[in-house]
Structure formats: structure tokens, C-alpha cells
Design a protein around this ligand. Structure first.
Ligand code: AMP
Length: 396
């Protein structure tokens, strides 16, 4: 794997694909700058070498060319503040302004191109557009894990024009190493915790990780498909009736691979899908008619914590309950606490994909786990065993 440490950027222009697709409020103010911060080490190293940094990214989903609200000018001051550099904004992506500003960059300056998605060619992975982008720099650096699962011009196709001058930035390296640990080289026992709403959206991940893990903890809404498949009573809990056979197959596969499956034993049920609904704790396979499973119970939380305490490598994807409602967030918080404790005691913990990231941030677990992935979809696809186009383009 070639990274920026394999290059000396002195006097070179680095064309860096970053992922600054940050959330903004109604006044276009950046509300979470994690992704900008995540790219800083890469940019710092290039500038320290005496190189020039040219940043390209998309922001949101513009569909009709230039639109003011999608302009990177709206986030430029935040980028300049976090990177702590003299930031120059280009008026376009591959036009005259970008070319001129790229040519005239002075040491220590950073150029931010306009939103690459102002060109429809970006998402089409257009070769001509990628070639125009490539003319702006000498070395291509991909540090955009969040969009690595897309075969777009700036995330993958452009790499073809740098056959021997392409590499990963530090963020990409970290993300790829974290996945590698969980899927291949992690210290055992390895425990995967899969929560969230549905079995159907996690099945490919389960299939892909089974050969490598020792424990599979299942929680969240998908619990009830497993419990019903085994003959339990689940009341009006979330269930995928067409996935009952699949649930049984997963349990069989786990046996074959010597993976110990840990399902909840008790759960907190409610008589309505509301935070203020009546609630009680019952056995997970004895949910009364008219009640639904919303969160794991205290006995389950202790049981899961014990498994996690004994794990050396931990993957967490998906909440154990309806964490958006305070009254049903306790199981997921207890899980976060257990993972934080295991991490403190030397385990490697990776949190990735969709809602679990929102959750760990909301409850400040992000500082207590080893690694929180910056890419929801890209992380899920990696865990499913798919080769990401943005990664393949740099490796091949
Ligand atoms: P996912 O995107 O598949 O990780 O699913 C996350 C969603 O699963 C969150 O919005 C949770 O509220 C939801 N969820 C977790 N547990 C349950 C449950 N017992 N019943 C219904 N939804 C749940």
C-alpha cells in the first residue's frame, strides 16, 4: 500500500481528493467538521515537505451545475481555520481560474477547487474530465474514505493519469488498517456487534465476517426476526417475516464457523413506538401481544458486557435499541461503556457504518474507542468484502 510517506512532496503539487462533504445548518454553517479535521495530517505532511496542496471534494448533491448553496466558498473559512493555512478558493473546478491558481500557488498555500459535483462528469466517472483534473497536480493523493465506494472521476478514474505517482493519505491508511484488523489480522477473540433495524441490510456483512470472528452479538430490531424464527413470541416487534429462514441459516453458519452467537435474553418492551409509551422488561421470547421490543434489558447488557470484556478486537455497527428515544437508549449506552472499558484495557475497537457513528458522537464514546470510521457507506461495503473503487484505483 503506497502512502504519502513513500513520497517527498518538495516542490510538487499534490492533487488531493478529500471528503469535505460536511453537514451544514440552514445558514450553511458547518455543524460537524470531523471530516475536515480528519484530512489535516495529510495536508500538513505535504506542506511540511515543501509541497503544494490542491484540494478537491464534493459537497452535498448538486444536480444542475453551479448553485450558490452548494459552493465550497460556504465552508472555506472553516477549512482555512482548521487547516490553519492561507486558503485560496478557486471559482471553478477545471476551468481557467483553477488552472491559474494552481500554477501560481506559493509554498504553504492551499488551493480549494469548487465542488467537483458541479460537473455531471464527476459522478459519471468521465475520463476526459478526470484527465483535466489530473493536469492540475503532479501526485494524486486519495484521502477520501467517505467516497471511496464510488467510481467517480475524482475518487477513482483520475488515478489512471498518475500511474506511478498515486498514493493514500493518512486517513485512508487508518481506515484501511482498521478494517484489515477486524477482517484479517486482529488479535483474538474478535467480537462483532451488529445492531440496527433489519437483518436484510446486514446479511452480507455477517456472511463476510463469519470466518474471521469468534463472537457475534446481535441486537436492535433484527433480534426479533431471530427470536421468531426460533419459535419465540415477539408481540408487535419489528420483524422481517420473509427472513426467518435466513435467520436460521445464519445461526447454522455460525455453528459451522465456531462463532458463538449472543442474542438478547431480556428486553425492554413498549406498548407504542414512542419515548413516553408504557414500558416493562420481559424475556425476549415472551413479549406479550400488543407490545414491542425497543431496547435490551439489564440482564442482556451484563451478558454482552462480559463478552466484550473478554474480547481483544471489537467491531460495532448499529444500535441495540431505539436510541433516538432517551428511554430506549440504555442498552446502547451500556454497550458503549463496555466497549470503552475493553478499549482502555488494550482491545482494539472499530465503530463504523451509519447510525452507530451518530450515536458514539452523541454520547462522546468517540474519544473512548480506538477508531470511528469517517465513511458510512464505504465502511459497510468494506465489511461486506467489496473492493472499493477508490482504493483499487490507487492499489492497481
Ligand atoms: P441501521 O441503520 O440498520 O443501523 O438501523 C438503525 C436504526 O435501528 C435506528 O434508527 C434505531 O432506532 C433502529 N432500531 C434499533 N432497535 C430497534 C428496535 N428494537 N425496533 C425498531 N427499530 C430499532
Amino acid at each position: 500500500m503506497k502512502t504519502i510517506d513513500d513520497f517527498n512532496f518538495s516542490g510538487k503539487k499534490a492533487l488531493i481528493r478529500v471528503d469535505f462533504n460536511v453537514p451544514q445548518d440552514e445558514n450553511l454553517k458547518v455543524t460537524d467538521d470531523t471530516r475536515i479535521r480528519a484530512a489535516k495530517p495529510t495536508i500538513d505532511k505535504i506542506l511540511k515537505d515543501g509541497g503544494y496542496a490542491i484540494l478537491m471534494t464534493h459537497l452535498a448533491r448538486p444536480k444542475n451545475g453551479f448553485e450558490d448553496k452548494f459552493s465550497l466558498k460556504n465552508i472555506a473559512s472553516k477549512v482555512a481555520e482548521i487547516l490553519d493555512v492561507n486558503l485560496i478558493s478557486a471559482e471553478d473546478v477545471v476551468g481557467e481560474d483553477a488552472q491559474k491558481k494552481a500554477e501560481n500557488l506559493k509554498p504553504g498555500e492551499v488551493l480549494l477547487l469548487e465542488n467537483v459535483r458541479f460537473h455531471a462528469e464527476e459522478e459519471k466517472g468521465d475520463k476526459n474530465f478526470a484527465e483535466k483534473l489530473s493536469k492540475l497536480g503532479d501526485i494524486y493523493v486519495n484521502d477520501a474514505f467517505g467516497t471511496a465506494h464510488r467510481a467517480h472521476a475524482s475518487t477513482a478514474i483520475v488515478a489512471e493519469f498518475f500511474p506511478s505517482a498515486k498514493c493514500f493519505g493518512y486517513l485512508m491508511k487508518q481506515e484501511l488498517e482498521a478494517i484489515e484488523k477486524v477482517l484479517k489480522s486482529g488479535e483474538k477473540p474478535i467480537t462483532a456487534i451488529l445492531g440496527g433495524a433489519k437483518v436484510s441490510s446486514k446479511i452480507t456483512i455477517i456472511d463476510n465476517i463469519l470466518p474471521n470472528i469468534d463472537n457475534l452479538i446481535i441486537g436492535g430490531g433484527m433480534t426479533y426476526t431471530f427470536i421468531k424464527a426460533q419459535g419465540g413470541k415477539i408481540g408487535k416487534s419489528l420483524v422481517e417475516d420473509d427472513k426467518l429462514d435466513l435467520a436460521l441459516r445464519i445461526l447454522e453458519e455460525c455453528k459451522k464457523h465456531n462463532v458463538e452467537v449472543h442474542l438478547p435474553v431480556d428486553n425492554v418492551v413498549a406498548d407504542d413506538f414512542k419515548n413516553e409509551a408504557n414500558q416493562k422488561t420481559v424475556a425476549v421470547d415472551q413479549i406479550p401481544e400488543g407490545w414491542m421490543g425497543m431496547d435490551t434489558g439489564a440482564e442482556t447488557n451484563e451478558k454482552f458486557a462480559e463478552v466484550i470484556r473478554n474480547s481483544k478486537t471489537i467491531l460495532w455497527n448499529g444500535p441495540l435499541g431505539v436510541f433516538e428515544m432517551d428511554n430506549f437508549a440504555k442498552g446502547t449506552i451500556a454497550l458503549g461503556d463496555a466497549i470503552a472499558e475493553a478499549t482502555k484495557n488494550g482491545a482494539f475497537s472499530l465503530v463504523g457504518g451509519g447510525d452507530s457513528v451518530a450515536f458514539v458522537k452523541q454520547y462522546k464514546f468517540d474519544e473512548k474507542v480506538s477508531y470511528v470510521s469517517t465513511g458510512g457507506g464505504a465502511m459497510l461495503e468494506s465489511l461486506e468484502g467489496k473492493e472499493l473503487p477508490g482504493v483499487a484505483a490507487v492499489l492497481n
